[in-house]
Design a protein around this ligand. Structure first.
Ligand SMILES: Cc1cc2nc3c(=O)[nH]c(=O)nc-3n(C[C@H](O)[C@H](O)[C@H](O)COP(=O)(O)OP(=O)(O)OC[C@H]3O[C@@H](n4cnc5c(N)ncnc54)[C@H](O)[C@@H]3O)c2cc1C
Length: 474
């Protein structure tokens, strides 16, 4: 490989890989993109800053938001990669370690490891003529045909400043730094934010802290992990033919019946209908609230030395505040001009295609109301189909380019998502799939088929690496 590499180095020390696509990140999105590129014989390489695959699911990947007690939030039945079910012995909601193993086995089975360059942090990507110049932390420079950004959305903590925090005597941590409940021993802990991570972390505090509190700004609908013995997403899956407004009505009533009135537990009443925010799938928190192991508090007003004063006027002595206040999305290795950022989210066609720059794609820059990986697979297949059509000068490529520039589909399935940054690129899974499928059919690009990736399980580096000098690095 060294030999090949030297031959590929141009005058300015740039390694010419200009027939090859470059994926940044070997998390779930990068892995599924790699499988689709292999499937369509599109030459590619993956750069990964960490020493293994799995993205955030590797708790040892520096900066990962994973914590020891984390389990999947969507169930294993609807969260697997296409044509790659999770093992039978896995529980309905696997642990973070099981999910990590699942990703690693996926990468092994489809022979993706040889295409990944580990311990390679991407510093900077710029356009150079019609190609893309990629600079690594080792100051290596590569020229690629195209880029797929797949570096995830949960690396840069959104940490609001709290009034009085400079003189606060306790500790303040963002949830990205929370790993183990041992941290809570003997402390009075306040978790801020009731997203899925916030709820999980509060439950850890419930059984380990001296006293746990959760501060919420608004009321949420808490969906139990199981409904009538079935995982919640499996229970809801059969009802996709029902219009969303009916589902909202029926599910809303069912939830009231199953969970009851949460305002009795000190939580505010939701100011929106069910499904209008990212679902909180958690029944444990309600259990702990009902047992007094967690006490619900309103929004924080200010910090007063060793205490927190809440907007309802109450005051609690607190040793540790965990801010489960989410993440700022960023693509830090690319200048802002390459992506149009709206409400902190990149504006991309179908959340994938850059409208202004050719051969610049992103996968994983969206949130949705269910397991993401099958969707990632379908999205990766769409990107690879477009690249293939362009390569073969198929007329559909031009047609699709026009859509990238002009088409502005609504992908909310007529659900009025809350008007917040988080929901600005939030897609309704059913509406997205329906629309993507319609466009794909129009282009004549096939949907994924069961068994389509099987041939990739047999690795033949000579016929499959397409001559990429990096493709045979391991
Ligand atoms: C606690 C928690 C629970 C979740 N539960 C679910 C669930 O139940 N179901 C579900 O579908 N989703 C869930 N998610 C969403 C989760 O984000 C996805 O499962 C998935 O990990 C996203 O994959 P990704 O590849 O887009 O990003 P990531 O997993 O973030 O992977 C990005 C990769 O890029 C690498 N990278 C970053 N920057 C660089 C750089 N500059 N150079 C080189 N490499 C770089 C990183 O090391 C990483 O390997 C959960 C998220 C969290 C935080």
């Amino acid at each position: 490989m060294e030999q090949n590499r030297k031959e590929g180095i141009g005058k300015k020390g740039i390694i010419d890989e200009s027939d090859t696509f470059c994926i940044i990140g070997a998390g779930p999105a990068g892995l599924t993109m790699a499988r689709s590129f292999r499937d369509k014989n599109i030459p590619f390489v993956v750069f990964e800053k960490h020493n293994e695959v799995g993205g955030i699911w590797d708790i040892n990947n520096p900066g990962s938001p994973m914590y020891e007690s984390a389990h999947f939030i969507s169930s294993k039945y609807l969260s697997n990669y296409f044509d790659y079910p999770m093992p039978n012995e896995y529980p309905d909601y696997p642990s973070n370690r099981q999910i990590l193993n699942y990703h690693r086995n996926f990468a092994k089975e489809y022979h993706l490891y040889p295409y990944i360059r580990f311990n390679t942090f991407i510093n900077k990507i710029t356009q150079s003529g019609e190609k893309w110049l990629v600079e690594t932390n080792a100051k290596e420079m590569y020229l690629f045909q195209g880029i797929v950004c797949a570096t995830g959305i949960t690396w840069s903590p959104n940490q609001p400043r709290l009034k009085g925090e400079d003189t606060f005597l306790g500790q303040i941590l963002h949830s990205v730094h929370y790993k183990s409940p041992n941290l809570f021993k003997g402390k009075r802990v306040l978790v801020v934010g009731a997203g899925n991570s916030g709820c999980d972390i509060t439950c850890d505090a419930a059984t380990n802290a001296e006293q746990a509190y959760i501060s919420v700004r608004r009321g949420y609908h808490f969906i139990p992990k199981h409904i009538l013995g079935k995982p919640a997403d499996v229970f809801g899956d059969g009802a996709h033919w029902i219009p969303n407004w009916i589902s909202q009505l029926v599910f809303g009533k069912l939830l009231k019946f199953l969970v009851g009135d949460l305002s009795k537990l000190g939580l505010p009443k939701p100011d929106h209908k069910i499904f209008e925010t990212h679902p909180i799938i958690n029944d444990q928190l309600i259990h702990y609230l009902r047992h007094g192991d967690v006490i619900a508090k309103s929004d924080i007003d200010y910090l007063d030395k060793d205490s927190v004063v809440f907007k309802d006027g109450t005051k609690e002595k607190i040793d540790l505040i965990i801010l489960a206040t989410g993440y700022n999305w960023s693509i830090p290795y690319m200048d802002e001009k390459y992506f149009e950022w709206k409400s902190g989210r990149p504006d991309l066609y179908l959340t994938l295609f850059n409208r202004n720059f050719e051969n610049l794609y992103a996968l994983g820059y969206m949130e949705t109301d269910g397991g993401a990986y099958k969707m990632f697979d379908e999205m990766a297949n769409l990107i690879a189909s477009f690249i293939n059509a362009k390569k073969n000068h198929h007329p559909s490529a031009l047609q699709f380019e026009k859509l990238i520039q002009k088409d502005q589909p609504k992908l909310n399935g007529n659900i009025q998502y809350l008007n917040s940054g988080r929901h600005s690129v939030y897609v309704n899974q059913v509406a997205y799939r329906k629309y993507r499928s319609k466009v794909q059919k129009k282009m004549g690009w096939p949907e994924l088929k069961t068994g389509q990736f099987n041939r990739l399980k047999t690795y033949d580096p000579i016929s499959l690496d397409n001559g990429s000098i990096l493709g045979v690095s391991k």
